[in-house]
Design a protein around this ligand. Structure first.
Ligand code: CMC
Length: 433
């Protein structure tokens, strides 16, 4: 491999180092460019910028590959359990039985959330969007665990803060859901595993026995694994950016939840179901909506389609589509929007607009159909994404702190007014004439 790139700028030729990753990805290191030449680079939306070095997730958008710590998502979803994947992301290796049992117990010990946090959650108006409530409550956790604000925690303290957050997020998320549907909150059930306990807290009604359906627990386990990390996406970059100022883990994760909420990112799962519902209500004319998505004068986009990095297929979407079929048939559910989604996909994939731009269904296209089959309301879909993405956010935050990443602070190219004199208010109209 060539070791240096040559750049000629303003008549000056400089050599820039080339760096290579373990999967042979190559980057030109421009970190000294400004010091050497006075010039910066510009790349809106970071479309071509590697913001960091990371050993957590590998993604090849051309080949449709996604691996956490070297393990393929296909293997992890087939053979693994969500908490194993959480452990893998956080600590770099799959746990042995003893490590798993300890980790599991540590999580179970921390599932209870302070009653006063519940009182705060009770004060939100009913109908409040669960993502806004979730990010507020995660931020509020810093008040109940003030030690987490210390920028330099010991390894044991850091472990406890991570475990607390992973354990408590489903409890808080279930409370936001129960509030949303006007039902009293449920408390965690110690005898249940992570996903079954979450379904229990969502669905248990007063004076009613509730046993989570193993089909639902399995489907949820798979969905959470598929969402667990996705390298430097918008919310993860937000978590790293906020954390780079030495802000606390919980403050950084709260910011990540807000970044995820947007419909171009994790909020797309809610937007997809709303889109499919509106196509159904409109009479099911898929071609009409494909035409709208292609029309540059129409702001409508095909939600759940397209991706910044996948240019062939999204491997998560492939697994989720299969799972949507399986889960619906196992649960004996017929959802008409699944047929609309399939028709929409088929039509788009044979249309030159989508082919030329390499637009394919992404992770959010079919996931909402599974959530619906599990009885989860549309406004909770992005919360489900957040629970899945939490270990990735934490692992990336932890990695950033361990490698002592500098504070995130991009440059810009200024396009505003050049220097001008201040004119006193009484003279301003005169000067303007
Ligand atoms: N429907 C119609 N046209 C689209 C779509 C779409 N969903 N996505 C991209 N395009 C067009 C876009 O108009 C542009 O066309 P042209 O070259 O003629 O101007 C071209 O494809 C490239 O799009 P872009 O917006 O420059 O691509 P991007 O990498 O900046 O955006 C995206 C990626 C995911 C934001 C975008 O594809 C999109 O808005 N998709 C719909 C929202 C969505 O499903 N988001 C979830 C992403 S997966 C979950 C996650 O990890 O966040």
């Amino acid at each position: 491999m060539q070791e240096k790139a040559i750049l000629s700028v303003n008549g000056q030729e400089i050599e820039l180092p080339i760096v290579q990753g373990t999967e042979n990805e190559i980057a030109v290191d421009i970190s000294k460019l400004r010091a050497q030449t006075g010039v910066v680079t510009i790349d809106r939306g970071y479309k071509n910028t590697g913001a960091t070095f990371s050993g957590i997730t590998f993604l090849d958008g051309e080949k449709g590959i996604l691996r956490y710590r070297g393990y393929s998502i296909e293997d992890l979803t087939n053979k693994g359990d969500f908490l194993e994947v959480v452990y893998l992301l956080l600590f770099g290796e799959l746990p042995n039985e003893e490590q798993y049992s300890k980790f599991f117990k540590d999580i179970k010990d921390q599932e209870i959330v302070h009653e006063r946090l519940k009182k705060i959650s009770d004060e939100f108006p009913s109908g409040a969007h669960p993502m806004g409530v979730l990010s507020s409550l995660v931020s509020a956790l810093t008040a109940f665990h003030p030690n987490t604000l210390k920028p330099h925690a010991s390894e044991e303290e850091a472990y406890l803060y991570m475990v607390k957050l992973i354990a408590k997020l489903p409890t808080i998320a279930a409370w936001t859901y129960r509030k949303h549907i006007g039902r009293p909150a449920n408390y965690p059930c110690r005898s249940l595993d992570y996903t079954s306990n979450f379904l229990y807290m969502l669905n248990k009604m007063p004076n009613n026995e509730y046993t989570p359906n193993p089909i639902a627990s399995k489907a949820l386990n798979q969905l959470l694994i598929l969402h667990a990390d996705h390298e430097q996406n918008c919310s993860t970059s937000t978590v790293r950016m906020v954390g780079s100022s030495n802000a606390s883990l919980y403050a950084s994760i709260s910011a990540g939840i807000n970044a995820l909420w947007g419909p171009l990112h994790g909020g797309a799962n809610q937007a997809v179901i709303e889109m499919l519902e509106s196509i159904k209500e409109d009479g099911g004319d898929v071609d009409k909506f494909i035409a709208k998505a292609k029309d540059k004068n129409d702001p409508f986009r095909l939600m759940g389609f397209g991706h910044r990095v996948y240019k062939n297929f999204d491997p998560r979407a492939k697994l989720i589509k299969q799972s949507a079929d399986d889960v619906l048939s196992q649960l004996g559910i017929k959802d008409p929007v699944l047929d609309i989604a399939k028709k929409l996909e088929e039509t788009a994939l044979s249309d030159p607009y989508f082919i030329d731009r390499k637009l394919f269904p992404n992770v959010d296209f079919y996931s909402g159909i599974i959530y619906r089959a599990l009885g989860i309301p549309t406004e909770m879909f992005t919360v489900m994404f957040a629970i899945g993405r939490l270990p990735g956010w934490i692992a990336q935050w932890k990695e950033m702190r361990e490698t002592v990443e500098p504070i995130g602070r991009p440059r810009q190219i200024y396009t505003g007014e050049v220097a001008r004199d201040f004119v006193e208010i009484k003279e301003r109209d005169l000067v303007a004439q």
